[in-house]
Design a protein around this ligand. Structure first.
Ligand SMILES: Cc1cc2nc3c(=O)[nH]c(=O)nc-3n(C[C@H](O)[C@H](O)[C@H](O)COP(=O)(O)OP(=O)(O)OC[C@H]3O[C@@H](n4cnc5c(N)ncnc54)[C@H](O)[C@@H]3O)c2cc1C
Length: 456
């Protein structure tokens, strides 16, 4: 089998590695226009900040690919001919395939603002974007970042480390409202402001203003304010990178449409990662999942389909983590920021430190012996505290009752040894609110963790 993979990101590379394990005879070629080797896109910011070099971001030694007989090709695929089963490359050649995996990622979204093509205005996604940012922010005094998501705050932090003043325009009332409830979102607002960032909420970009040389000199907001800036970062989201597929016969909507095996409408042609869109998403998952862990799981699923094995996409409990400057965030399960009728939330926030714990629970359809609905954990959201992945996913997968979770909550804590633990405060607050008298049975520690996982 000749397998060609377009894209050397987490989805394409995970697929290549799994196919190699599943089919020793497969000929595997990975094409990328961006870099020679796979690197961790999520670490791009650390290169700009001087904490890492490109070499540090490569998870595998350069010799790994030859050893595993995975051929790497640096080129851009301009057209896919599904009838002839071949790719047309920018370098002029063609490449035949039996099976094809499209793992082409995303491109930054722009909104069509006047002046958005000016020099000094850019999105931030690729190694080329990093190079451009490096060149265009040299000597800059003040920058504007547009967008209240994870890449927006990263850009603000990157610029901040170079002592460039930052105005951050965010459309909503608090940071990341699609993923963070109001209390946590406001904690992020305060944290960003405390770092000296000029965070402007309920504010959108209206226009980019340029100087005579066509370079950005300021932006105008939807409130009519003018903010002087010599560089503008656009971070309002990403869109699947699929334009080069026009006329290929591969069905697309917002992304490349795939079934549960990550296969497109063309037999033997698969898609995975940011560029893929589920026709029927798994429960509690959106059709598009532009996230690292989803790309990895989808790449693995595609490898099974490519090697004619039956293993549908089943991503398990949702997990994500990020940092807003120094404030760490973890979420497990599908956290509903607007609670559905059958769901409740328990929220505790430290009176002075930037720490918070939230547990959401739902009254499950099944009932206990006496006919009462059983409230079960559905999601965990922690700010400024680290929780254990296996413990949280175990509780959510098992549908553990909320009071069992509360009594064992200390076992989920994964903070360093001498950091204060706050789970007892959380349980005390629950008791005050409900009139119950639960006690915290477990504190953090590997033995407590093993006991929880063993169900003892
Ligand atoms: C700055 C930044 C920070 C992020 N932080 C997080 C985070 O904290 N947590 C998280 O879950 N996610 C994060 N993400 C998102 C995450 O990185 C992506 O979801 C993931 O990298 C997508 O992987 P992928 O394999 O689908 O595609 P990509 O990594 O985008 O790889 C696709 C590759 O295909 C190449 N390509 C595309 N078209 C062609 C073509 N026609 N010919 C040849 N090559 C082509 C591209 O150049 C690219 O190299 C972040 C993203 C960015 C940009």
């Amino acid at each position: 089998m000749d397998l060609v993979i377009i894209g050397n990101g987490i989805a394409g590379i995970t697929a290549a590695r799994h196919v190699r394990k599943l089919d020793a005879g497969a000929r595997i070629t990975v094409i990328s226009a961006e870099t020679d080797h796979f690197y961790s896109r999520t670490a791009l910011m650390y290169i700009y900040m001087g904490d890492m070099t490109y070499t540090h971001t490569k998870p595998y030694e350069d010799g790994f690919w030859k050893k595993n007989r995975i051929d790497l090709l640096r080129d851009y695929v301009e057209r896919v001919d599904t009838d002839a089963r071949c790719l047309h490359l920018r370098s002029g050649g063609t490449l035949r395939f039996d099976k094809l995996l499209l793992a082409t990622g995303s491109v930054p979204r722009f909104a069509g603002w006047p002046g958005e093509d000016a020099r000094g205005v850019q999105g931030f996604y690729s190694m080329q974007d990093l190079d451009r940012m490096e060149a265009d922010t040299a000597g800059v005094q003040h920058a504007v970042v547009v967008g209240g998501g994870l890449i927006g705050v990263e850009l603000a932090e990157m610029l901040h480390t170079r002592e460039i003043g930052v105005t951050l325009l965010v459309r909503s009332d608090w940071y990341l409202p699609a993923a963070l409830p109001e209390e946590e979102g406001r904690m992020v607002n305060d944290h960003i402001r405390a770092r000296g960032i000029d965070l402007r909420l309920k504010t959108e970009l209206a226009e980019v203003l340029t100087d005579d040389a066509g370079r950005v000199r300021a932006v105008r907001t939807n409130h009519g304010d003018e903010v002087g800036a010599q560089w503008v970062g656009i971070a309002i989201g990403v869109a699947p990178n699929i334009r080069f597929l026009e006329g290929s016969g591969i069905e697309t909507d917002r992304g490349i449409l795939v079934d549960r095996y990550m296969e497109t409408n063309v037999p033997g042609v698969f898609a995975a990662g940011d560029c893929a869109q589920h026709r029927t998403p798994p429960p509690e998952r959106p059709p598009l999942e532009p996230l690292w862990y989803a790309g990895r799981e989808q790449g693995a699923t595609a490898a099974f389909g490519i090697t004619d094995r039956v293993r549908p996409y089943a991503p398990g409990v949702f997990f994500n983590s990020a940092k807003f400057f120094d404030l760490e965030w973890q979420v497990y399960g599908r956290l509903q920021t607007t609670l559905p009728e059958h769901e409740r939330t328990l929220y505790w926030q430290h009176p002075t430190a930037e720490k918070a714990i939230r547990l959401n629970y739902a009254f499950a359809a099944d009932t206990s012996g006496d006919g009462a609905a059983v409230p079960r954990l559905t999601a965990v959201n922690v700010m400024g505290i680290r929780y254990r992945h296996d413990v949280c996913t175990h509780w959510i997968t098992e549908g553990t009752g909320i009071e069992t979770v509360l009594q064992n909550l200390g076992a989920a804590n994964f903070d360093p040894e001498f950091t204060p633990q706050h789970e007892a405060d959380f349980v005390a607050q629950y008791n005050r609110q409900t009139g119950r008298s639960l006690t915290l049975k477990r504190r953090r520690g590997w033995r407590q963790r093993l006991d929880v996982l063993a169900g003892s």
